[in-house]
Design a protein around this ligand. Structure first.
Ligand SMILES: [Zn+2]
Length: 262
């Protein structure tokens, strides 16, 4: 009996050893990948599984932008943060062609630490948000109604209380050439106290705690822009707008909206 117990204990010990080895293998693979990109010991290096999962979700979000009509072709871009690495859509690759091997990641300074594809040209906007806000995910699109509104006003008139999900009336960041630090600076100013804004003659940008939240904010923003354009295009009539008090009351309720604990 004692012999059987010892044998069982030895088997359990071997099993634990294999598990430890497995964990080290994952970490080793990640470190090797980091080293490839010139990265040493990242202070908050995510494991390979986390990176693979986040990449899959990022690609799904990018494809959804196209299928929902928020962008055409390879326009728009998405990022998601995993530890101190920001995964981003690569520049100019159709989203339906992205595979698990195309993982593209940069550190918070923009230095590429994962993959060989060139990161999105809008890296300055994504990095500005990951550096200066609690954003974990950022979605940028050229949604047609939102972009149309960005050419007409400097702030989306508050026609609906759903502006509350973006922190208040949505501002339009002044125009600057795409991909520049100037555009990123204009965007940061327009986003003060907000989780989404319009970019003049360009499109939308929103962020959130998850890809789903950032995406939903973009969808709500595009819907509100469509609503305002529809209401304001009726000849001879002008849409009523919500007062700051009405907006504040709705915002308060929106904070409690949804299923508790989810
Ligand atoms: Zn763009």
């Amino acid at each position: 009996m004692a012999e059987q117990r010892r044998e069982r204990e030895r088997a359990q010990e071997r099993e634990r050893e294999r598990e430890r080895q497995g964990v080290q293998d994952v970490q080793g693979a990640q470190e090797a990948q980091n080293a490839q990109g010139g990265e040493g010991d990242a202070p908050d290096a995510p494991n390979a599984e986390e990176v693979a999962g986040a990449w899959e979700a990022l690609v799904a979000t990018a494809r959804r932008m196209v299928s929902d009509g928020l962008v055409v072709g390879t326009s728009g871009n998405v990022s998601v943060r995993v530890g101190d690495i920001v995964l981003v859509t690569p520049s100019g690759v159709p989203y339906d062609r992205l595979t698990p091997d195309d993982v593209t990641g940069v550190d918070l300074t923009g230095r590429q630490v994962l993959g060989a594809l060139v990161p999105t040209s809008e890296l300055p906007m994504h990095l500005a948000l990951h550096r200066t806000t609690d954003a974990r995910a950022v979605v940028h699109t050229h949604a047609v109604h939102a972009t149309a509104v960005s050419t007409l006003v400097t702030e989306l008139p508050p026609v609906h209380y759903m502006t509350g999900v973006l922190g208040g009336p949505v501002r339009v960041a002044p125009y600057a050439t795409y991909g520049t630090e100037e555009l990123a600076r204009n965007m940061v100013r327009a986003l003060e106290g907000r989780t989404g804004c319009l970019l003049q003659n360009h499109g939308t940008i929103t962020y959130g705690a998850t890809l789903d939240q950032a995406y939903d904010r973009t969808a709500q923003l595009e819907w509100m822009c469509r609503l305002w354009l529809t209401a304001s295009s009726v000849p001879g009539l002008t849409p009523t707008l919500l007062t700051p008090e009405q907006l504040a009351q709705a915002e308060e309720r929106l904070r409690k909206y949804g299923q508790p604990g989810r």
